[in-house]
Design a protein around this ligand. Structure first.
Ligand code: UD1
Length: 422
């Protein structure tokens, strides 16, 4: 997991076999943050072993919680918190630390975080988080790059999100769980990770209805008791592995998946000519590697096509026969993989937020750079379908969201190795 790690892929080997998909990072992060709300011990199972999770564990510890982490189990006792300020150094290491605001404010009446900076996929504002917290009665004082929120006790309110933000929905759900009265979040995001957070909180005594739908209603309770919860499988990892199998050809069984969380992705894979069979928590992907273009892939909030799979899917389309059109509507700068795919021989033209992908018969291996997590995964997948050797530099980005992607693919017969440099 060092900054100089490279993933080296020899293309041209079909994938075969079975792989178990790990727990969802994007569900585990808010759930760990929510453990701060709890007056008892929380045990969380199937937490993926990832860098962002380690940062979250470090933050909880820095705040004074007692945390035992032996992947995939995390045990948090946040009954005695010693501070409500998230250390700047840790805040910088993970944008999701913004999640700490809601729970700290709800339970301790104060939260201080440094404002998260921009990131490589766009500006990622937090205005909806702050407007929502203010509506719940918090004062918000922003200066010198810090945000300081204070409230004796939050009060339920009607909140409408201008955009269905995943993080804002989660943060405001966590903030309002212990608030006085009822909170209604309108135009809420509907991602499965939000429903998982609500399941966790409800199990501990919260009263949240409608999570996973566009209106979430939270009736405040006095306190939450400890309990145990298992994180849902990671739909983005499952989707990435399905796309890998489709591109490399072969037959792969994905175990521990929720196919219903992947509706839009499976539709597009089938449109591209991939055979997919689904069971309750299993999925089989079969492909002869002959793929056809799809007319339109348009990222959108769930249940639309996930922006986190846009780059991996574009890698697939780059070798699919015909012209595909990919529109990115969620993040404004999420085409950084395009230049790298073109270095491998892809034919892609970008016009603002739309990419025109003219499939080529074959990519060729090259030295390329992962600019962010999903772009990095896309390049590894491109390597599987390319002729020759692909070296993906800056592989630590990939490790932020995939628990050893190289090992998972190797287990399926891919010729992938990691070069660690110190
Ligand atoms: C989460 C996911 C990320 C995924 C994204 C969209 C986690 C830890 N990360 O990120 O993997 O790519 O959802 O599915 O769960 N916005 C505002 N104001 C705000 C907040 C967001 O305008 O206060 C905008 C963003 O700029 C973006 C859109 O809303 O255009 C969606 O962002 P959001 O859903 O908040 O993404 P994250 O929660 O950061």
């Amino acid at each position: 997991m060092k900054a100089l790690d490279q993933i080296v892929v020899e293309g041209g080997t079909p994938l075969r076999g079975a792989v178990r998909v790990h727990g969802a990072k994007n569900a585990a992060l808010p759930i760990l943050a929510a453990s701060l709300l709890v007056d008892g011990v929380c045990v969380v199972d199937d937490v993926p072993d990832l860098q962002d999770i380690r940062v979250m564990v470090d933050i909880l510890r820095a705040l004074g919680a007692s945390v035992e982490y032996s992947p995939p189990v995390v045990r948090v006792d946040a009954r005695r918190i010693s501070q409500t300020e998230v250390p700047e150094e840790l805040m910088r290491r993970m944008r999701s630390s913004i999640f700490l605001m809601g729970p700290l404010l709800a339970r301790y009446g104060h939260a201080r975080v440094s404002r998260p900076g921009g990131c490589t996929i766009g500006s990622r504002p937090i205005d909806l988080h702050l407007k929502g917290l203010a509506a719940l009665g918090s004062s918000i004082d922003e200066r010198h790059g810090y945000i300081d929120c204070r409230a004796r006790r939050l009060r339920g309110a009607a909140i409408y999100l201008d955009t269905p933000s995943v993080g804002a929905t989660e943060n405001l759900m966590m903030a309002s769980v212990l608030a006085e009265g009822t909170t209604v979040i309108g135009n809420a995001a509907r991602e499965p990770e939000i429903a998982d957070l609500a399941d966790f909180l409800n199990r501990l005594g919260a009263r949240i209805e409608g999570a996973g739908e566009d209106t979430v209603v939270i009736s405040g309770v006095q306190s939450l008791a400890g309990g145990r919860h298992t994180i849902i499988p990671d739909r983005i990892v499952a989707g990435t592995l399905a796309i890998a199998a489709a591109m490399a050809g072969g037959e792969v069984t994905l175990e521990h998946v929720r196919p219903r969380h992947l509706g839009a992705v499976l539709t597009k894979l089938r449109e591209a000519g991939v055979e997919i069979e689904v069971g309750r928590d299993i999925m089989r992907v079969r492909s002869d590697g002959e793929l056809s273009a799809v007319e339109q892939v348009r990222t959108a909030p769930y249940p639309g096509f996930p922006t986190d799979l846009q780059a991996p899917f574009m890698a697939l389309l780059s070798v699919a026969r015909g012209m595909s059109i990919v529109s990115e509507t969620v993040f404004e700068e999420r085409f950084k993989h395009v230049g790298e795919l073109c270095r491998m021989g892809a034919n892609i033209r970008v016009d603002l937020r739309t990419a025109f992908v003219q499939g080529v018969p074959r990519l060729t291996g090259a030295v390329v750079q992962a600019s962010d997590l999903r772009a990095g995964a896309a390049l590894v997948l491109a390597g599987l379908a390319a002729k020759g050797t692909t070296v993906v530099e800056q592989a630590h980005h990939i490790d932020r969201g995939y628990e050893r992607l190289d090992e998972m693919l190797r287990g399926l017969g891919a010729r992938v190795r990691r070069l660690s440099q110190s």
